[in-house]
Design a protein around this ligand. Structure first.
Ligand code: HEC
Length: 123
């Protein structure tokens, strides 16, 4: 009896370093995932386009065709001006800017709109 219990214990003891390594591997994988997560969560051009059509066409020309109101700078012009500067557009869309309504877009929605803007800027 005591012998078996002892054997079990020593088997666990031997397994311990392996378990520690496994935990380390999981932690490393998790850190890698954290590092790449922003890239994976990048905006979706299609969704950004739909969102812009729904919320922004009241004042902005949203499509490259250039049809629409001229109450505000057209999206292709915005893309040209700020295309590479994502944080600027991000800031613009998170802070209220009358007369532009405050849309309370989620981070994902903002990323989507930025991805759409990106798709408009010439490279
Ligand atoms: C009620 C009208 C209105 C709506 C709707 C609107 N905007 Fe605007 N937007 C404006 C006006 C007016 C400006 C120019 C403000 C200024 O220059 O001070 C502007 C400016 C901007 C700018 C900065 C342009 C620049 O280069 O200075 C961005 C980016 C922008 N809008 C994005 C959006 C997005 C994205 C949406 C939809 C989610 C949207 N807007 C909806 C009126 C609107």
């Amino acid at each position: 009896m005591g012998q078996i219990a002892f054997k079990r214990l020593s088997a666990l003891d031997r397994a311990a370093p392996v378990l520690r390594k496994a935990r380390l591997a999981v932690a490393a994988a998790w850190l890698c995932w954290l590092a790449t997560a922003p890239a994976l969560a990048a905006g979706d051009v299609q969704r950004g386009h739909e969102l812009a059509r729904r919320w922004c066409t009241g004042c902005h020309v949203v499509d490259p065709s250039g049809e629409g109101p001229d109450a505000a700078p057209p999206f292709p012009a915005i893309a040209q001006r700020h295309g590479a500067d994502h944080s600027w557009v991000h800031g613009w869309l998170t802070a209220p800017h009358p007369p532009m309504p405050n849309f309370n877009l989620t981070r994902q929605e903002i990323d989507d709109v930025i991805a759409y803007l990106d798709s408009l800027s010439p490279r």
